[in-house]
Design a protein around this ligand. Structure first.
Ligand SMILES: Cc1cc2nc3c(=O)[nH]c(=O)nc-3n(C[C@H](O)[C@H](O)[C@H](O)COP(=O)(O)OP(=O)(O)OC[C@H]3O[C@@H](n4cnc5c(N)ncnc54)[C@H](O)[C@@H]3O)c2cc1C
Length: 386
């Protein structure tokens, strides 16, 4: 296993695509991973269905501290390229709401194909390999592992984020990046349920869901919202977790796109407020959200009470205590600072030969296939030059 042109640390979505692209160009590539199988998060993705990309992806679907960083890689490797990559392995994608592209053959098959594609292109994979550390000298990089010492002029950090440790996630990528002088922004669990704390007023509504909009100072999210015994989950809650910071208030709109005043006017005035709202919301949620106002007849609502009802239903202030944490987070918010990375090659500006790809970077996609798309696109960008 000597004479490698490049070593890739991490056999996840980004590392495998990077390896396949580089090996296809005739590069001698070695991929190291401590997992016994490759692509463990790909295997879990999309609840086993693998939401591999999003047809509608733009840079606006990503949270990144460096403006426009994702643009170049996504322009060169977009959803159609993911489709072609999967098709080469006999896998097909189909589109669902919001442009989400799912693998028809499922997540396990997708992971198996990504590994096979890298191996068939000529990359060598060493799995179940513990990485102890790395060194850099004039000739390149040396990686110390349980399976021996490996050197190459180029090194790709594809070690993923720190969330979901049961799928092999660790903080090693950040540690190695810091050891090479790269900046790492602050890290937080992302795409994660929100926890409301003791006395959560809707704990008894656990399992109730609706379409809703959540907003906070940093952004907004629209989609299905699920009330849980601990707080809020479902796509809208996971998505807003990318923007929400501890201490911030969230504004909840239970009737996005519906004119509440128009709904109230449409009523002759005899119905109870909660019964009218139950036409647009699950009955128990309508009653809980209206509170005491729900028992009034629509015609008896004063101007002040209408305003209060509007606040409770369309601009309800919530104060999450935190998130469900690293074990429940699908991704890590923050990462290696992209200001120090070339958006074309993913190479560290200050460390020639060192590339950083995938979730390890300070690039976090919204829910809907954007994170795998980023892993593939950034892996490919590095794989084309190493
Ligand atoms: C449950 C779940 C479901 C998800 N579903 C989707 C989805 O449907 N669509 C979507 O777009 N995104 C989804 N994501 C996010 C997506 O899986 C990740 O963003 C993506 O896999 C990141 O790719 P990566 O290659 O950067 O990192 P990873 O895929 O995490 O790969 C990193 C690799 O590094 C290895 N590694 C880590 N630490 C060490 C170490 N110390 N020593 C050796 N090796 C190490 C790991 O074993 C792993 O193989 C999901 C995430 C989770 C957790």
């Amino acid at each position: 296993m000597g004479d490698n042109d490049a070593i890739i640390l991490g056999a996840g979505a980004a590392g495998l695509v990077c390896a396949q692209a580089a090996a296809s160009r005739g590069r001698r590539v070695l991929v190291l991973d401590h997992g016994k199988v490759a692509g463990r998060k790909v295997r879990l993705s999309g609840g086993g269905r693998c939401n591999a990309a999003n047809r509608l992806a733009t840079e606006a679907d990503y949270v990144c501290g460096t403006p426009h960083f994702v643009r170049s890689a996504l322009a060169r490797f977009g959803p159609a390229d993911v489709e072609a990559l999967f098709a080469a392995g006999g896998l097909t994608l189909h589109e669902e709401e919001g442009g989400k592209l799912f693998c028809d053959q499922g997540a396990a098959e997708a992971a198996r194909w990504l590994e096979r594609a890298a191996r068939e292109a000529g990359a060598q994979l060493v799995l179940g390999c513990r990485i102890r550390g790395m060194e850099r000298d004039g000739g390149g990089f040396t990686v110390f592992t349980d399976a021996g010492m490996f050197s190459a002029p180029r090194l790709v950090l594809a070690l993923g984020g720190r969330s979901w440790a049961s799928a092999g996630a660790t903080s090693l990528g950040y540690e190695l990046a810091r050891s090479q002088g790269l900046g790492v922004t602050s890290l937080a669990p992302g795409l994660v349920p929100l926890v409301m704390g003791r006395g959560w007023e809707w704990a008894g509504l656990s399992g109730v869901s609706c379409r809703a909009r959540l907003a906070c100072a940093g952004g907004s999210a629209f989609g299905d919202l699920l009330v849980t015994h601990a707080g809020l989950s479902g796509p809208a809650a996971l998505d807003i977790s990318l923007f929400w910071d501890k201490g911030q208030a969230l504004a909840l709109d239970l009737l996005p796109g519906t004119d509440l005043d128009g709904l109230l006017r449409s009523e002759l005035g005899k119905s109870k407020v909660r019964n009218l709202l139950a036409k647009a919301l699950p009955e128990r949620l309508a009653a809980a959200a209206c509170g005491d106002l729900g028992e009034l007849r629509v015609g008896d609502l004063s101007k002040e009470r209408r305003a209060e009802l509007r606040r409770r239903i369309t601009a309800r202030e919530l104060h999450p205590r935190g998130t469900a944490g690293w074990t429940a987070a699908e991704v890590t918010r923050g990462g290696v600072d992209c200001a120090g990375i070339s958006s074309k090659t993913m190479e560290a500006r200050a460390v020639p030969g060192l590339h950083v790809v995938g979730e390890l970077l300070d690039v976090t996609g919204r829910l809907g296939g954007f994170n795998l798309l980023w892993a593939f696109a950034s892996g490919r960008a590095a794989g084309e030059v190493i």
